[in-house]
Design a protein around this ligand. Structure first.
Ligand code: HEM
Length: 445
């Protein structure tokens, strides 16, 4: 509609999309406390077991408790250092898998980057939480087996449907009729995650209860062993199960989608690929650009206002759902020169001034992690996974477009932010063989 703010009445709710940095900043900085709640929807209810988690819960004691756990216990700097080895193991696993795809020919191997990115992110998160990357046997080449594929499909289905338009969220009497099929998709996908996660969680709770475990070895141990001031468990089994589901949804989609778009854009502009490899230290500039142009969700999660208020000259009634448009900010011609162009060097200018390029965006010229009370507490882990994914793939391999393909088609799929077709590219190892020495004989032969 070519406007910076709009108001759409859906049932009794006012839904307010925002596309400019100035209004977004007022909402997320100046009036952050007012816009700090979240809507109750069918999908958030199912996935969070009745709003027991962090991202999906409305403002209140439950959100406060879970956010504190996430910030202080799960995503703190100390915890990050503690988990270093597990992350390295999965980054090695990633390179080993791609190397295995190269073993069949001198011309390199054809690699599905969508599969690679999602598999890596899921493995990292399962490793950090459950101390195991695979749910089943996996494949001999290190790729995902049936169980891992079912798991990632469920995560992606949830990411797509979590805050997408569902008519019964606004006209509650329609709940149960499942007119657009969202209820079934969300329930089935949640069931898949629970089928794999819950037995591990229940067994672990039992181990702690039976006194068979005393020292945390992964994030699940941390969640299970937290106690309140009276020494009783801080989190119930349902809270742990719901929070683990939510962490998987929070952590997997952004880095893997970013990899696919960043590499697709760079394959079409080989000089940027060469430059990225030459300047791996600056690889973060490439991510920032892929986040700006191709964010995984079109809008921020909704911020619900807890009182009537005004922003700029606009009256916003209590209970409005404000959604900041990531496309509206990231491709805003008033903010960015050549907004549709992939020009990662625009982010490196900060570096030349002697500043480090970071993902956070204080002026909200793009919306990557959000800010304020509802801002993402996973910036360090999310940035690291995103950077590690692209950096290890660029460092380990030469990448090219398949012969006869011309260029990569940069069209998103219908109604989703992913590339319409998974990105396929040819990888060729570029380092001396001994550098890949973590790979076992049996896996690469
Ligand atoms: C590149 C990776 C990531 C990106 C781009 C990202 C982005 C975001 C965004 C946009 C929000 C919403 C902010 C808002 O509503 O204003 C958010 C919230 C959140 N993220 Fe992340 N995130 C990433 C990784 C992670 C990871 C790895 C975790 C945890 C393991 C995580 C945990 C959370 C949580 C718990 C919230 C909810 C905060 C709240 O509602 O109070 N994120 N993230």
């Amino acid at each position: 509609m070519n406007t910076e703010i709009a108001c759409i009445r859906l049932g009794n709710s006012h839904v307010i999309p925002v596309t400019c940095p100035e209004i977004s900043l007022q909402i997320m900085r100046k009036k952050d406390a007012i816009f700090a709640s979240r809507p109750l929807t069918m999908a958030t209810d199912v996935l969070s077991k009745g709003h027991l988690t962090t991202i999906l819960s409305p403002l209140g004691d439950q959100w406060r408790k879970m956010k504190r756990v996430m910030v202080s216990e799960i995503l703190s700097r100390e915890r990050h250092r503690w988990l270093h080895e597990k992350r390295v193991e999965e980054a090695d696993n990633l390179v080993r898998y791609v190397l295995n795809q190269c073993k069949n020919g001198d011309e390199g191997g054809l690699v599905d980057l969508r599969l690679v990115g999602r598999h890596y992110c899921c493995n990292v998160m399962r490793k950090l939480i459950f101390n195991r990357g695979y749910l089943g046997e996996g494949k001999a080449d290190g790729g995902p087996g049936f169980e891992e594929e079912e798991y990632i499909d469920a995560i992606i289905a949830l990411v797509i449907h979590l805050y997408s338009f569902c008519i019964s969220d606004y006209w509650l009497f329609l709940r149960g009729l499942d007119l657009e099929g969202h209820e079934k998709i969300v329930e089935d996908a949640t069931r898949v995650l629970e089928k794999y996660n819950n037995p591990i969680i229940e067994a672990r709770i039992q181990q702690w209860r039976d006194g068979k475990k005393h020292e945390p070895q992964d994030l699940l141990d941390v969640l299970v062993s937290l106690t309140d001031d009276n020494g009783t468990p801080l989190l119930s089994a349902d809270e742990i199960k719901a929070q683990v589901n939510e962490i998987m949804i929070a952590a997997v989609d952004n880095p893997s989608n970013n990899l696919e778009w960043a590499l697709a854009e760079m394959l079409n502009k080989p000089h940027t690929l060469q430059k990225a490899r030459d300047e791996l230290d600056n690889v973060v500039g490439k991510h920032r650009e892929a986040f700006r142009l191709h964010s995984v969700a079109p809008f921020s999660p909704p911020h619900v206002s807890v009182t009537d208020t005004t922003v700029g000259d606009y009256f916003i009634p209590k209970g409005s759902h404000v959604i900041v448009s990531r496309v509206g900010l990231g491709r805003n011609p008033n903010v960015w020169d050549d907004p549709g162009e992939f020009k990662p060097e625009r982010h490196l200018q900060d570096c030349n001034k002697g500043e480090e390029v970071v993902f956070e965006e204080p002026d909200l010229r793009l919306f990557t992690f959000g800010r304020g009370r509802r801002g993402c507490p996973g910036v360090v882990l999310g940035s690291l996974m995103t950077t590690m994914l692209l950096a290890r793939l660029l460092q380990g391999f030469d990448w090219s477009i398949q012969t006869n393909q011309g260029t990569i088609d940069l069209c998103p799929g219908r109604g989703v932010a992913f590339l319409a077709k998974p990105l396929l590219a040819v990888a060729k190892p570029r380092l001396p063989p001994h550098v890949y020495s973590f790979s076992t004989e049996s896996e690469i032969q």
